[in-house]
Design a protein. Structure first.
Length: 225
């Protein structure tokens, strides 16, 4: 599995080629008061729903950074970008007209933003930690083969295996615009290849694209500051 250790700030930025992946890492603990000014009214309403100030600030930083980056690609002020949402909440760019596709995932103090073109994309990021309900979740989500694999593991090995499968599953659902517990088509889902990587020790992430992600070596990997 690929372990990304060298996240770099790009000297210049061009839109991705068809089916190419641009992957951005965003540090959510570095607050920026200006981020709030680029959010839409509905995003501000969502931010206010967080009871924790830390969670609220991280949401604002994640969404604001996403808007700023998309604004760079679209040559559009970030506050002018208009999103529409699918039935399960997946956002798409409505204005300005664009072929860019994107997906954002965040947990703790890190966010990952995947940007591509034309092909649907899904990204999931999780902190790998032990939980008491792994097997109950597995019984609800995974097929019998994966459940059997997980039933033979404990401790750290179980946590790593669970989040390997979970990130792939969630990235697939996000790519096709379904919720995590939605009805889904196992045949179609299985055809969506997930590429796993470690963005930082202790985390697991996966990217899924409509026609399979390009080889990891061809990804453009960036740090947003």
């Amino acid at each position: 599995m690929h372990h990304i250790k060298n996240w770099t700030v790009p000297a210049e930025l061009s839109p991705p080629n068809p089916k190419q992946v641009h992957l951005w890492r965003i540090d959510l603990d570095e607050t920026d008061e200006e981020m709030e000014t680029v959010l839409s009214e509905d995003e501000l309403v969502r931010a206010k729903r967080f009871h924790s100030e830390q969670d609220r600030n991280r949401f604002i930083k994640a969404r604001g950074s996403m808007r700023l980056l998309l604004g760079f690609y679209l040559a559009t002020p970030p506050e002018d970008i208009v999103f529409v949402y699918g039935p399960r909440g997946k956002p798409f760019i409505s204005s300005p007209a664009s072929v860019l596709t994107f997906n954002l995932s965040h947990t703790g103090n890190m966010a990952l933003l995947g940007i591509s073109r034309e092909a649907a994309i899904g990204v999931d990021l999780e902190r790998v930690k032990e939980k008491p309900n792994f097997h109950a979740l597995a019984a609800r989500i995974f097929d019998s083969t994966i459940q059997q694999e997980l039933s033979q593991l404990t401790g750290t090995a179980l946590a790593e295996a669970f989040f390997f499968h979970w990130t792939a599953y969630e990235a697939r659902m996000k790519a096709i615009g379904n919720g995590i517990f939605s009805d889904h088509n196992p045949t179609r889902d299985a055809e969506l290849q997930a590429t796993h990587f470690i963005p930082e020790e202790g985390y697991m992430a996966a990217i899924v694209m409509e026609d399979s992600p390009p080889p990891f070596e061809e990804w453009q990997i960036y740090l947003f500051e």
